[in-house]
Write a protein that binds this ligand. Structure first.
Ligand code: PMP
Length: 360
């Protein structure tokens, strides 16, 4: 720490992203790592997205992008049957989450509730922006008790499906929460919604306090592009826009906007890949079950699992030594668990065979 750092942030504990080994990094076995640690898609973007990155498009890089991504926003609006004023794009959902915490959870209307086990960035943003928060304990089975949130009179953030548990609430439960907290913001982070959960997007027209965030990072195979969008009532979007224009007007780069628009013509490709990932998740879970793993009912592109005779830390370390990266947190309640991203069937077969060896 330099001697110049603001004392406000001296105790701040930043979010720690999953390991991103260099593209030429080799595991101790001399092979590239199998990366099952940050919930990226194992599949490339569709051909239409790749060809959208044309020479002409690259030449246009000399110009700033449209600050609001007007073309992409109008395409997204059509896609979801809403108006452009209901959508704002961001540099990944992380940025839109940060803008939301600033816009709605600071100040005298501030404060927020979220589960004790959820996306690790929520408490970090709360600390960074001085937002009072309560982390409500999930049940012993890691489910969200919706009665903790119904009529709470507090702003709420829920990842749905939740991370790292993968457990989802149904849209009617989200509706109960939004309906009973109409003077508060209910933010639903749907980063993983395309892998088997119900989206709350259709509720936006009914509840002007509901804010849904989607990302291109997972089901749309574009984690590297850093692109996401918020869908909400026009006044919420305009508040978020005010924050964005006070931090970074050109927050989404030109290429990401172009690729994001092209991706919206590729529903068939994405549907096929999502179905494949769901199938591979089911297959992996049934194989891990044979080894005695206990798992949550994940509706995401990852599995949350523990083994009765292998600690989470041990499994993480042993798999890494064998060239497979997974995620483990040394945190209360979940230290026994690991989170494993669903890759291709071949990658999951490699994982299963390494686990078989480790357990032997
Ligand atoms: N929300 C949740 C629940 C996540 O797990 C992640 C991925 N780490 C994000 C948001 C951030 O996604 P991105 O910034 O790539 O859109």
């Amino acid at each position: 720490m330099s001697r110049f750092f603001s004392d406000k942030f001296k105790t701040l504990k930043p979010y720690i992203p999953g390991e991103q080994p260099k593209s030429d990094a080799l595991s101790p076995l001399g092979l590239p790592y199998i990366k099952l640690n940050t919930n990226e898609s194992p599949y490339p973007p569709p051909p239409g997205v790749i060809s959208a990155v044309s020479k002409k498009e690259l030449e246009l890089q000399r110009l700033y992008p449209n600050p609001e991504g007007a073309l992409l926003v109008s395409k997204l609006a059509k896609h979801y049957g809403v108006l452009p004023e209901n959508i704002m794009i961001g540099n990944g959902s992380d940025e839109l989450l940060a803008f939301s915490f600033l816009a709605f959870f600071t100040g005298s209307r501030g404060g927020v509730l979220f589960p004790d086990i959820t996306y690790g960035f929520y408490p970090v943003y709360a600390e960074l922006f001085d937002v009072p928060y309560t982390a409500l304990p999930l049940g012993d089975d890691f489910t969200v008790n919706i009665n903790d949130y119904i009529g709470s009179g507090k702003n709420i953030v829920l990842a749905n499906p939740n991370a790292p548990t993968g457990i989802a609430l149904c849209a009617s439960d989200i509706e109960k929460i939004a309906k009973s907290n109409q003077n508060q913001i209910v933010l639903i982070d749907e980063a993983y919604v395309d892998f088997g959960a119900e989206s709350a997007v259709s509720l936006i027209s009914k509840y002007d306090n509901l804010l849904v965030i989607h990302t291109y990072s997972k089901a749309r195979s574009m984690a590297g592009a850093r692109l996401a969008y918020a869908i909400a009532s026009a006044p919420i979007i305009s508040d978020l826009m005010k924050i964005k224009y006070s931090i970074n007007s050109y927050n989404v780069n030109r290429l990401a906007q172009t690729m994001g628009a092209a991706a919206l013509d590729e529903d068939l490709y994405y549907k096929e890949k999502q179905t494949q990932i769901i199938k591979t998740r089911k297959y992996t879970m049934s194989e891990l079950e044979k080894f005695g793993f206990i798992m949550t009912d994940s509706k995401a592109n990852f599995i949350f699992a523990k083994h009765p005779s292998l600690s989470g830390d041990e499994l993480y370390i042993k798999l890494k030594a064998r060239g497979i990266l997974i995620r483990h947190w040394n945190k209360p309640r979940i230290a026994d668990y690991v989170r494993i991203t669903i890759g291709t069937k071949e990658q999951m077969d490699a994982l299963i065979s390494e686990i078989r060896e480790i357990l032997r």
